[in-house]
Structure formats: structure tokens, C-alpha cells
Design a protein around this ligand. Structure first.
Ligand SMILES: Cc1cc2nc3c(=O)[nH]c(=O)nc-3n(C[C@H](O)[C@H](O)[C@H](O)COP(=O)(O)OP(=O)(O)OC[C@H]3O[C@@H](n4cnc5c(N)ncnc54)[C@H](O)[C@@H]3O)c2cc1C
Length: 364
């Protein structure tokens, strides 16, 4: 007699962590739940603070293996290398073949290379393991010159925090657009500009980059800016694996409002790796978090043989976001509302700590 159908969760990001915590509900609905993911999850909410040494690594790290074990989920500690959505087989980097009835992809994102050559020694903001290498590469008693490319939220966080980090003599922030922090309301942008100016960060806007290397960045007007270290924060893009496997493209794996792949009912995609076709979504953790209860309810309904079509993701237009500027201050915004200073960062720390602690309590 065959056992219950296998639900394979690929990646343990914001959405799947929630499903792991509620694996008992999925089992009760008839699924055998399996997870294909690395051992650790690093939380990006504290990613720049960990990388610049303001917080310890443990502040944002969850033990995925511990959470899976406590939840009774079979964990394949590996990464996805290929997936055949017709045969319903996932192949791992070490060559294991995992059959499934339904799979969900939550494999996050990578840093966009902005379409220019990027040297191997350049630090990228994603994956977070790369960003964490900043801590080893900047000696506290040094006098490093750092170029940060990209002035979105993660580039602003890294530039502002490095400017108050021991061992960094000078920070330069380069962006091809005419303003920094374009996703922030105007007042918040001005606040960040004042913080950066007060810390001596050199901001170069309207200057596209043509090449980013270990020792210098070349701008598209031919100017060469030398540095000891470059950090690329050029925005987040879908993992190249999706295009390589034919499951998606640079925008991600295309999904419907039900989070099902547009071509494969048995394949879901969530968070940064998904291209939500009803409306373009920014790559922020909040969507992965809010998609979690929708996916859980859909899979429970499916497991019980019910119609899951009513479980659709309806993104909210506005959400709270807090940029951690280091030095004890942050800038919070929601729609056109914003608020900068110590209280904004304290609020962020509290939200992040509660989120992490909720998973620690579940074995993570
Ligand atoms: C410095 C920085 C700060 C940020 N701060 C914020 C913030 O404050 N608020 C906010 O909302 N957003 C923030 N973001 C954006 C946020 O990181 C992403 O939107 C969020 O991580 C997406 O969640 P996810 O679950 O889709 O992916 P992830 O959180 O990246 O999780 C995906 C998981 O999949 C695993 N994985 C990857 N590839 C594979 C594979 N092939 N097989 C199996 N597993 C795999 C990874 O190890 C990872 O644990 C920040 C980003 C950066 C870079």
C-alpha cells in the first residue's frame, strides 16, 4: 500500500518556515511533509547589522534542521539543482532524486549584477553569507575605503552602517538614478541624505557603473574610483536556477494568485523567487511572510481533497518598512508616512526579535 502523498518544500525562507511550524496541520490534511534546504536560515532584517558587526551572527540565524526535527519533517540538507515538473522529481546538488506529489519553491533571490562585469571579490548583499564576509574582510584597526553600488534600502543600510564602523575610513555610495532610496517617501529620503552627509558618506547619483572590481569601480563616463572593497547592492533578482530549469526567468517563477505556477498546478512558488503575475511585487520579506497562511490553507484544502482555488494572495499596497542606518538610528515608513530616529530602529529591533524568537521557540 502506498503512503501519504509527499509535499516537498524547497528552501526554508519566510513562507516555508511558517509551514514547518505548522507541519502537524499539513500531516492532519494527509501530507507527508519533506524539506530540501540548507541547515541554516539567515534573516535579512538584521543582515546588514550582522555584517557590519553591530549584532552577533546568532541574532538572525535559525536552525532549520532543529525546526524540521521538532516538527517531524524529513529534512534533506542540500540544495535544489534541477526540477522536472512533469515527472515531479527534484534533483539535489549532490545528485539525490526526490519524488513529490506537490512541491513549493521558496529559494529566495540573488543580487542583480546590473548587467555589468562584477569581480569575484566584490561582496554582494545576497546571499547573506556573502554579506557576512564583510566582517572578516574589514579589519577593525584598518582604514578601508569602501564603494557601495546601489542606493536602494540594502545599499543605504550598508553604506550608513559602514560609515560608523571601526576600520572604515571612507564610504562612497554610487547609484545610476538621480536620487537615493526611491522606494522611500520624500521626507524619509531627505532624512537619510542628512544622516549620510553627517557621517561623511560621498553620494554619487546619476552615475551608472560599467564594471565593478576588487580594487576599483569604473563608471559609465569612464571615471575610475579606487577602493579597498566594493559592495554590490544593485537590487534583488530571481535565482538563475529558475531560467536554467525552464521554470521561470529573470522575473522569477510565474505564479497565479493561488501561488501555483502558471503552467503546473502541482508546483507553487513563494517569496522573492516567485513572479506574482496578477501584480508585480517588490522583493521584500513581508510578501513571503504574508503568503505563508495562504499557502498553508491551500495545501490543507488540497490534502483533504477540497477545492483550494479560494485561497489567493491579495497583497496590501502599503506595509511598514524600517531601514537600519546604524549608529542607533533608523527610518521607518509606510506609504507616505515616515519617522526617523532612535525609536524607529528600536521598533525594528523589537519586530525582528519577536519574529526570530517565535521560531526559536519552535526549535529553530
Ligand atoms: C541587506 C538586506 C536587508 C533586507 N532587509 C529587509 C527588511 O528589513 N524587510 C524586508 O521585508 N525585506 C528585507 N530585505 C529583502 C528580503 O531579504 C527578501 O525579500 C526576503 O529574504 C525574501 O524572502 P524569501 O523567503 O523569499 O527568501 P530568503 O529569505 O532568501 O529564503 C530563501 C531560502 O532558500 C534557501 N535556498 C536558496 N537556494 C536554494 C536552493 N537551490 N535549494 C534549496 N534552498 C535554497 C536559502 O538558503 C534561504 O534560506 C532585505 C534584503 C537585504 C539583502
Amino acid at each position: 500500500m502506498s503512503g501519504p502523498p509527499t509535499l516537498l518544500l524547497v528552501g526554508a525562507g519566510h513562507t516555508h518556515l511558517h509551514l514547518l511550524r505548522h507541519a502537524d496541520r499539513l500531516r492532519a490534511a494527509g501530507w507527508a511533509v519533506e524539506l530540501l534546504a540548507p541547515r541554516w536560515f539567515d534573516y535579512s532584517g538584521v543582515g546588514s547589522a550582522v555584517a557590519t558587526g553591530a549584532l552577533p551572527l546568532a541574532a538572525g540565524r535559525l536552525d532549520v534542521a532543529g525546526l524540521a526535527a521538532r516538527s517531524g519533517v524529513r529534512h534533506h540538507e542540500d540544495v535544489l539543482a534541477d526540477l522536472d515538473p512533469v515527472a515531479r522529481v527534484a534533483t539535489t546538488a549532490s545528485g539525490r532524486r526526490l519524488s513529490y506529489a506537490v512541491a513549493s519553491l521558496g529559494i529566495g533571490s540573488v543580487t542583480s549584477d546590473l548587467g555589468v562585469p562584477v569581480g569575484p571579490d566584490v561582496v554582494t548583499v545576497k546571499p547573506l553569507a556573502g554579506l557576512q564576509s564583510l566582517a572578516q574582510r574589514l579589519a577593525p584597526d584598518g582604514a578601508a575605503v569602501v564603494t557601495v553600488v546601489g542606493a536602494g534600502p540594502s545599499g543605504l543600510e550598508v553604506a550608513a552602517q559602514l560609515a560608523v564602523r571601526p576600520g572604515v575610513a571612507r564610504v562612497r555610495l554610487v547609484d545610476g538614478g538621480h536620487e537615493i532610496g526611491t522606494s522611500l517617501p520624500a521626507g524619509a529620503r531627505r532624512y537619510v541624505e542628512r544622516v549620510l552627509a553627517g557621517r561623511g558618506v560621498e553620494v554619487l547619483t546619476g552615475r551608472g557603473v560599467a564594471r565593478i572590481g576588487a580594487g576599483s569601480v569604473v563608471l559609465d563616463d569612464g571615471a575610475v574610483l579606487e577602493h579597498d572593497l566594493a559592495v554590490l547592492a544593485g537590487g534583488l533578482a530571481a535565482p538563475p536556477l529558475l531560467a536554467a530549469t525552464g521554470l521561470g526567468d529573470a522575473a522569477g517563477a510565474p505564479v497565479r494568485a493561488t501561488l501555483q505556477h502558471v503552467e503546473h498546478d502541482d508546483l507553487y512558488a513563494v517569496g522573492d523567487c516567485a513572479h506574482f503575475t496578477p501584480a508585480p511585487l517588490p522583493r521584500i520579506g513581508v510578501h513571503g511572510v504574508r503568503q505563508a497562511p495562504v499557502l498553508l490553507a491551500a495545501l490543507e484544502a488540497r490534502g483533504r481533497g477540497e477545492d483550494a482555488g479560494a485561497h489567493v494572495y491579495e497583497p496590501r499596497r502599503h506595509f511598514l518598512s524600517v531601514v537600519d542606518l546604524g549608529g542607533g538610528v533608523g527610518v521607518a515608513s509606510r506609504g507616505r508616512w515616515w519617522w526617523g530616529g532612535r525609536a524607529a530602529l528600536l521598533l525594528k529591533r523589537r519586530i525582528d526579535r519577536l519574529w526570530i524568537e517565535s521560531y526559536r521557540a519552535a526549535g529553530g
